[in-house]
Design a protein around this ligand. Structure first.
Ligand SMILES: Nc1nc2c([nH]c(=O)n2[C@@H]2O[C@H](COP(=O)(O)OP(=O)(O)OP(=O)(O)O)[C@@H](O)[C@H]2O)c(=O)[nH]1
Length: 157
């Protein structure tokens, strides 16, 4: 993974006048189904950016790896148990509420039926996605996926 982390400032970012804020580590799962569609979920009521669309996941707890946190979060939030997950891309996003490092993992292997435990909506989407609004920290990921798909597409005759 040689990608340089993107630092994205959203809505003005933190207002700490140059004081370094702690980085909150977040594990994010990009579930890809057999048709190549991606699972997006809406942020539940009561959370920051409620109603915005994102990939499911959440913050790491003390001592957890990204993979462990992702497995726990997806069990809690959407009711599935993932197989292995490795970080595909990561980014730093400076929101007013937190400075977060988003660790995006593609997930092809899971068990259990989808069940939205937090009142979220969900959709399986091809690119470009039709659900909106998409969470600002998630928008670049859709571009990365589109670039990857374009690179993988057979060239026209
Ligand atoms: N899960 C997820 N979080 C994202 C994405 N993009 C993005 O900027 N984030 C940010 O990452 C952070 C995730 O925090 P969260 O509030 O969802 O985490 P959590 O489920 O552990 O919540 P809680 O413990 O506060 O209830 C939020 O600041 C959210 O704005 C994404 O695609 N998926």
């Amino acid at each position: 993974m040689s990608q340089t982390p993107l630092v994205l400032v959203v809505d003005g970012g933190g207002t700490t006048d140059g004081v370094q804020r702690p980085v909150t580590e977040v594990a994010v799962g990009i579930l890809v189904d057999a048709q190549g569609r991606y699972l997006l979920t809406s942020r539940p009521p009561g959370k920051v950016y409620a109603g915005y669309w994102e990939f499911p996941g959440g913050k790491l707890e003390t001592g957890e790896s990204v993979e462990q946190a992702l497995r726990r979060e997806l069990q809690e939030e959407i009711g599935v148990t993932i197989g292995s997950a490795v970080v595909w891309r990561h980014s730093l996003v400076d929101y007013p509420h937190a400075l977060v490092r988003l660790n995006f993992c593609k997930v092809y292997d899971w068990s259990g039926a989808l069940h939205m435990h937090e009142g979220q909506n969900h959709c399986w989407e091809r690119l470009p996605v039709s659900c909106e609004p998409v969470l600002p920290g998630t928008v670049p990921v859709l571009a990365w996926l589109a670039e990857e798909e374009a690179g993988a597409a057979p060239s026209p005759c």
